[in-house]
Design a protein around this ligand. Structure first.
Ligand code: MCA
Ligand code: AMP
Length: 497
């Protein structure tokens, strides 16, 4: 049986999930997930890695479905609750999902697909309780597919096995000293590693409690902090930036309550994007905590982290985690200490494959099995790594989301008034990078607000450009290739005017 779930039997009376004012124990999680498995299995003995997608708000039902799919031998494909229909459809088609479980709130967005092919869609509310014999699911089997943007157009499905997930979780449980008495607040999107592995599977591994908020909201986060049960928090730098901004305009009395509640925390973590030193320092003034910055990727979970005990160096992502091998390399060769190189990683944490993309999978590993992250870093004499950048200008990190400039460009080019375009990320204190697009248009009266709304019907809001600039021509080099760094400068100049 899957170890994460098997372990839950020894914490059955513990509180597992708190959401929307309700408490749920591990025994409820086991009971409801078993019932979901039985429903999914119907007459078969094992889902045999069939893909089961689910579109559910973060909370108890989300976790029960995830476990239900795993216990029935399926591959869990969590969908993003903010995606418009085309983005959801892409994932469903790419995974050829056998079933799609959705809660009533998402019926309107899925309706066109339900009308076309209703059989594979299961309303969560219609899941019948049942019990039956569940299959024995070996840890080598595929467990989950998460979608990530890369340097080629459309997002790729990252496949992890139960063994990969176990390695990713146990490494963090040991390094960050998770225990049964922990209680984390999880405000992260539940279709990415940060929310799923770090903030959900880690507490569940040790019998701790994961509390969800249906959506991120600064006041609600502070409200939960003040209630005093939570002792761990993990977020992207943009969230800390937003919490600081809200704190600064809060009454002195409320500020004191927030500060007092933060004293009870044992750990606060930042990751998914570079943590600006100014944010680290301001949060330290408010909370008394030096944020623990760590580094990870959808394809591997976490590989490098500042220490739980020991010096957390501002501006550094820390040292390699237990059970992981890391090297800095130029092409296939390790560089000398102090010389920048690409972060390459080996270990059980590394994903199995990109779904249905054997060539892309092969290309992302060196001939001798190192996973190539594409991130450039340098190591200091004490073993701490510092990220210097990425080897592709086409990857943008905004709000902690990884976004492909090429994917946005492809969408923009399908608009009737757009002749050509180039998308880049420019520095922004709040979002890390802001997505902006330079356009060549066939109709100079193009309404940019309308264009922006049109884009948001195709792409999720967090992938939509925030600013557009109509240009006479795109900056290009002698070979005719768009020079994106020049475009960034043009934008900076344009926005500073
Ligand atoms: C939203 N808005 C933005 C952006 N996103 N503006 C600029 N840039 C953006 N990227 C605007 C919206 O248009 C809207 O404005 C307003 O902000 C609120 O939108 P909403 O969607 O409600 O935003 P939010 O809920 O406040 O979201 C901010 C967020 C979110 C909570 C920081 O971006 C988030 O959850 N990020 C976490 C992503 C994450 O988990 N990444 C982990 C990937 P208006 O109302 O004017 O339209 S896993 C990973 O990276 C690895 C493994 C790792 O290391 O962890
Ligand atoms: P994703 O594919 O969404 O999992 O994003 C992974 C990428 O996020 C990595 O390749 C890095 O570029 C970036 N990242 C994650 N953590 C950090 C960090 N602490 N500092 C800088 N970049 C980070």
């Amino acid at each position: 049986m899957i170890e994460l779930i098997e372990r839950a039997t020894s914490f059955s009376g513990n509180l597992a999930i708190h959401c929307e004012g309700m408490d749920y124990t591990y025994s409820q999680l086991l009971e409801v997930s078993e019932s979901i498995s039985a429903h999914l299995l119907k007459d078969c003995k094992d889902l045999d890695e069939a893909r089961v997608a689910f579109l559910i708000e973060p909370g108890f039902s989300y976790v029960a479905i995830q476990w239900g799919i795993w216990r029935a031998g399926g591959i869990a494909v969590p969908l993003c609750v903010k995606h418009p229909l085309p983005a959801l459809e892409y994932v469903l088609d790419d995974t050829s999902a056998s079933y799609v479980i959705y809660s009533a709130d998402f019926e309107p967005v899925l309706r066109p697909l339900i009308e076309q092919n209703g059989n594979r869609f299961i309303a969560f509310e219609s899941l019948k309780s049942g019990n039956g014999v569940l299959p024995d699911v070996y840890e080598e089997r595929r467990a989950m597919i998460l979608y990530t943007s890369g340097t080629t157009g459309k997002p790729k499905g990252v496949v992890t096995t139960h063994n990969n997930i176990k390695a990713q979780v146990t490494s963090l449980v040991n390094s960050w000293e998770w225990s049964q008495s922990d209680h984390i607040l999880n405000v992260l999107p539940m279709h990415h590693v940060h929310g799923i592995i770090n903030a959900l599977c880690c507490p569940l591994w040790v019998g701790a409690c994961c509390e969800f908020l249906p959506r991120f909201d600064t006041d609600e986060v502070f409200e939960v902090f003040i209630r005093g049960k939570v002792n761990l928090f993990m977020a992207v730098p943009t969230i800390y930036h937003k919490l600081i901004a809200r704190f600064e305009v809060t009454s002195a009395e409320r500020q004191k309550e927030i500060e007092a509640s933060l004293k009870n925390f044992r750990l606060m973590v930042s990751g998914s994007a570079a943590l600006p030193v100014t944010v680290l320092e301001k949060w330290r003034e408010i909370s008394g905590h030096t944020l623990l910055e760590r580094y990870g990727m959808t394809e591997m979970g976490m590989a490098i982290s500042n220490p739980y005990r020991g010096e957390r160096k501002p501006g550094y992502i820390g040292k390699l985690l237990h059970g992981v091998e890391v090297r800095l390399a130029s092409d296939q060769n390790e560089v000398e200490l102090g010389v920048p190189g690409e972060i390459q990683v080996k270990g059980e944490i590394i994903f199995k494959e990109y779904w249905n993309k054997p060539v892309a999978t092969q290309e992302t590993f060196t001939f001798d099995g190192w996973f190539k992250t594409g991130d450039i870093a340098v190591q200091d004499e004490e073993g701490y790594y510092k990220i210097l950048g990425r080897n592709s200008v086409d990857i943008i990190k905004s709000g902690g989301y990884k976004i492909s400039a090429l994917e946005i460009e492809e969408v923009l080019r399908t608009h009737e008034a757009v002749k050509d375009c180039a998308v880049v990320g420019i520095h922004d204190d709040e979002w890390g990078e802001l997505i902006v697009a330079g356009l060549l248009v066939s109709d100079s009266s193009l309404d940019l607000e309308q264009l922006s709304n049109w884009v948001r019907n195709v792409l999720p809001g967090y992938k939509a450009p925030r600013k557009y600039m109509i240009l006479e021509d795109l900056p290009r080099n002698a070979m005719g290739k768009v020079t994106k760094n020049e475009l960034k400068e043009l934008f900076k100049h344009h926005l500073n005017k």
